[in-house]
Design a protein around this ligand. Structure first.
Ligand SMILES: [Zn+2]
Length: 329
């Protein structure tokens, strides 16, 4: 493999054997967020493009083709992702720092230093694939489009992609990847063969520990959500994991919705009494359930950009502000 520092890639390599031995024109690989899914999908493409694959079928990492893949310059491979995602990656890798610096200087020269990179995969990027789809392979073999996370596709881009998937070009293969499927059109899902990848249980344990750290201080606050001060919450949150906090808040509101409808809570059954009290409070407000729905979708929307907030404090103030306004619209 080209990238060897993620230990679970070898498990995933075995898991994808059926996918590799019976390739499909479009594949959707799903798995946990922040686990290197995109890089793994590149490995799948790189292996097929590799000139001297290893015994297990993985890319050798040493041939010209593998060299181009690792430099992001293979003529038969496109990695389609949001600009923001690409920037995050460059910022996160040591060798990427210099690239990013060059990019920043260029941006400065063009006078657009504060232009924010898009979090969406845009329609122009999908349209750009049309030419790639039409030209024949440079190396006489197959061509690959690796695209994701698929939830970053905006509406227009998803529609354009669907058209491309409906009229597959010869030898062109799509590998889509996603850590969640919400918002992805069923029409796209139905075009793709699916493969789910799990993290080894030791790593899942770490994720769980991270989640329970958040739960420790957040759940008591959620139980008092109708009384708490959003600014004080944001201070308590400090440097907590934004995504985990958002997830807990959404689960709380979903439970509140259930309890308001007379159902049992699903995630916070130990806090049933608080949920009942809050649902009674909501019932006395004119627009209680509307507010609840509205704030819930606002939090869901925030999840899209939760991973690298520039100012976590502001994000937390906004999250807890939404919770507060469920009860004080
Ligand atoms: Zn190779």
């Amino acid at each position: 493999m080209i990238k060897r520092d993620l230990s679970w890639f070898s498990d995933w390599w075995s898991a994808t054997e059926p996918l590799r031995s019976r390739p499909a024109a479009a594949v959707l690989v799903t798995g946990p967020a922040h686990s290197g899914l995109g890089e793994f999908c590149l490995e799948l493409a790189a292996a097929d493009l590799c000139e001297t694959p290893l015994a297990d079928g993985s890319a050798c990492g040493g041939c010209p083709s593998c060299g181009w893949v690792s430099q992001g310059q293979h003529p038969d491979l496109r990695w389609v992702r949001s600009d923001a995602n690409q920037e995050d990656d460059q910022a996160g890798s040591p060798e990427g720092e210099s690239e990013l610096a060059v990019g920043a200087e260029e941006a400065g020269a063009a006078g657009s230093t504060d232009k924010k990179a898009s979090r969406d995969i845009r329609i122009e990027q999908i349209r750009g694939l049309a030419t790639f789809a039409q030209v024949s392979s440079h190396r006489g073999g197959r061509r690959y489009v690796v695209l994701g996370p698929a939830a970053d596709l905006n509406f227009a881009a998803a529609n354009a992609l669907l058209k491309t998937l409906e009229e597959p070009a010869d030898g062109l293969r799509f590998i889509l990847f996603a850590d969640r499927l919400e918002g992805l059109p069923k029409t796209i899902l139905s075009r793709c063969r699916r493969q789910h990848l799990h993290l080894p249980s030791s790593l899942v344990g770490q994720q769980y520990a991270k989640a329970s750290q958040v739960a420790q201080w957040l759940v008591p606050l959620l139980a008092q959500a109708d009384r708490a001060d959003p600014m004080a919450w944001a201070q308590t949150a400090g440097k907590a994991d934004v995504r985990q906090v958002l997830e807990h808040c959404q689960l709380w509101l979903l439970d509140l919705q259930r309890v308001s409808r007379g159902l049992a809570p699903r995630s916070f059954d130990a806090q049933t009494a608080d949920l009942v009290r809050q649902s009674q409070l909501l019932g006395r407000l004119n627009t209680g359930s509307l507010q609840l729905n509205y704030r819930l979708s606002a939090l869901q929307e925030m999840t899209r950009s939760a991973d690298h907030p520039l100012n976590p404090r502001l994000v937390f103030e906004s999250i807890f502000g939404h919770l507060h306004r469920v009860f004080h619209a």
